[in-house]
Ligand binder design. Structure first.
Ligand SMILES: [Zn+2]
Length: 108
């Protein structure tokens, strides 16, 4: 057991997704200044050397699940979790919709 709070886990997930501290603050409705100490606390609790190392250890320990990102399924999974899809998934969803539109055009 790592003793991460639900909030710390949410922050770590967003760090793993490559969000900046500013984006994390925005998504979790916290101040930009509050993000850094939270990330540092997560790093300390996991016994990591830095944020990427914390992400790595969290994956290894099964604290963070591997999630699908960057396509239609990843986009849908964000919505299912009640989240705003990340930029990678937004781009994947756009590509998916464009390809669907083109398929329909060709069929018509
Ligand atoms: Zn995503």
């Amino acid at each position: 057991m790592t003793g991460l709070t639900a909030h710390e886990l949410r922050v770590l997930r967003l760090v793993a997704l490559g969000h900046t501290h500013e984006q994390i603050a925005e998504q979790l409705v916290m101040t930009r200044k509050g993000v850094t100490p939270t990330v540092n606390r997560v790093i300390r609790k996991l016994g990591a050397r830095n944020a990427p190392h914390a992400v790595h250890l969290a994956h290894q320990a099964g604290i963070l699940r591997r999630e699908r990102h960057g396509d239609h399924a990843g986009y849908a999974a964000h919505l299912y979790r009640g989240e705003t899809p990340c930029e990678l998934c937004k781009a994947g969803e756009r590509a998916y919709r464009n390809s669907r539109r083109n398929t329909r055009k060709e069929a018509a």
